[in-house]
Design a protein around this ligand. Structure first.
Ligand SMILES: NC(=O)c1ccc[n+]([C@@H]2O[C@H](COP(=O)([O-])OP(=O)(O)OC[C@H]3O[C@@H](n4cnc5c(N)ncnc54)[C@H](OP(=O)(O)O)[C@@H]3O)[C@@H](O)[C@H]2O)c1
Length: 295
C-alpha cells in the first residue's frame, strides 16, 4: 500500500511515518515543498504519486496566531483539506484526516460524544470544524479523528514546555480550570496503524472499507484531567527529576493568563465510538505519559 503522508515534520506525522512503515510505503510531503493551501499542487501531487491512501496530518496549529492570521488558518485547516478530499474522491482514494477537541465550546459537564453539536470559541476551532465539514462533503471515503492535548518528544507541545520551565524555575503556576485528555502522538499513530491493519484483513478494498466506516471519531488518551494535574504528573514521571529546578506546581486560573484565543474550559472527549467500531485499545492518559517519558 502506498500512503501519501502530508505534514511530514509535524509531531503526529513524525510518529505516523515510523509506525506505518510495516503497513505501507510512505511518501511524506510537507511545507514548503508541498502546500496544502495550493489546490494545483495537491492535484499534481496526488495524480503523480497515485497513493492508495492519503493521510493529512498537516495543520495550522498556532491557536493564538490564528486569531490574526485568519486567511492562512482557513486555507490550511479548511479549504486545503476540502480540496484534498475532492481530488482524492475523483481518484477513489480514501482519506484520513485529524481534527480537534477545540471544535467544542467547553460548556458541557461530561465528555463530548460525536453527536454533540460543535460550537468553537476560537478561530482555530472554527477553521478545524470547517475542515471536517469540507472533507465529509467532498468525499464518500474518509475517517476523521478528533484528537486533544497532543504531545510527543518532538515539536511544540505543553509537555515539552512544562519540562523546559521545570528546568529553569522553582515555582510554576498552571491553570486548573481547563479540562481535557492529554494524548501521546505515538498512541494516535499506533491506533491509526491498527485501524488500517484491521481494514487490510477485511475482504473489502480499502476505499470501500473506509467508506463503510466514514465519519468522525474521538481518539484521545482515556480519562481526563486538568492542566495543573497533568503538569504534576509530567514532573512525577520526568526521567531527569534530580536535574530539574522545580520545587512546586501552583494552581492558577485561566483569567490569570490572558491569551489572544479563548480555550474551552472543558473539552474532554468520549472515545466509546472508536472503541466500539474498531479493535483498538486505549490506554489511560497517565499510562501514555509514562510510556512517552520512558521513551
Ligand atoms: N497539537 C495539539 O495539541 C492538537 C490537539 C488536537 C488536535 N490536533 C490536530 O492534530 C493534527 C496534528 O497536529 P500536530 O500537533 O502534529 O501539528 P504540528 O506539529 O503543528 O504539525 C503540522 C505540520 O503541518 C505543516 N504545515 C503547515 N502549513 C502547511 C501547509 N500549508 N502545507 C503543508 N503542510 C503544512 C507544518 O509545517 P511547518 O512546521 O513548516 O508549519 C507541520 O509540519 C492536526 O490536525 C491538529 O489540528 C493537534
Amino acid at each position: 500500500m502506498k500512503i501519501l503522508l502530508i505534514g511530514e515534520k509535524g509531531q503526529l506525522a513524525w510518529e505516523l511515518a515510523r509506525t506505518l512503515m510495516p503497513i505501507g510505503d510512505i511518501v511524506p510531503v510537507d511545507y514548503p515543498a508541498f502546500d496544502i493551501s495550493n489546490k494545483e499542487q495537491i492535484l499534481e501531487t496526488v495524480y503523480s504519486v497515485v497513493p492508495d491512501l492519503v493521510i493529512n496530518a498537516s495543520a495550522y496549529t498556532d491557536v493564538d496566531r490564528a486569531e490574526t492570521e485568519k486567511e492562512k488558518a482557513v486555507a490550511i485547516n479548511a479549504e486545503g483539506p476540502g480540496w484534498l478530499a475532492e481530488i482524492c474522491q475523483s481518484k477513489n482514494i480514501p482519506v484520513i484526516h485529524y481534527s480537534t477537541d477545540f471544535v467544542f465550546d467547553g460548556m458541557k459537564k461530561s465528555p463530548y460524544v460525536e453527536t454533540d453539536i460543535p460550537n468553537p470559541i476560537n478561530f482555530y476551532g472554527r477553521t478545524k470544524l470547517k475542515g471536517e465539514e469540507a472533507v465529509l462533503n467532498a468525499t464518500e471515503s474518509a475517517l476523521i479523528f478528533r484528537l486533544a492535548w497532543l504531545y510527543s518528544s518532538r515539536g511544540n507541545n505543553f509537555m515539552k514546555k512544562f519540562l523546559e520551565w521545570a528546568g529553569k524555575y522553582e515555582i510554576i503556576k498552571v491553570v486548573d480550570d481547563q479540562v481535557g485528555n492529554p494524548t501521546w502522538a505515538r498512541f494516535v499513530a499506533e491506533a491509526t496503524a491498527s485501524i488500517l491493519a484491521e481494514s487490510l484483513s477485511s475482504d473489502l478494498p480499502l476505499y470501500n472499507w473506509i467508506k463503510e466506516h466514514k465519519g468522525i471519531y474521538h481518539l484521545t488518551g482515556s480519562g481526563y484531567t486538568n492542566r495543573y494535574e497533568w503538569s504534576c504528573k509530567i514532573w512525577e514521571f520526568a526521567p531527569n527529576r534530580e536535574n530539574l529546578k522545580i520545587k512546586r506546581v501552583e494552581r492558577a486560573k485561566t483569567v490569570d493568563f490572558p491569551t489572544p484565543a479563548g480555550r474551552p474550559a472543558y473539552s474532554a472527549l468520549d472515545c466509546s465510538l472508536v472503541k466500539r467500531t474498531f479493535s483498538i485499545n486505549i490506554p489511560s492518559w497517565e499510562e501514555q505519559l509514562q510510556k512517552c517519558m520512558d521513551n
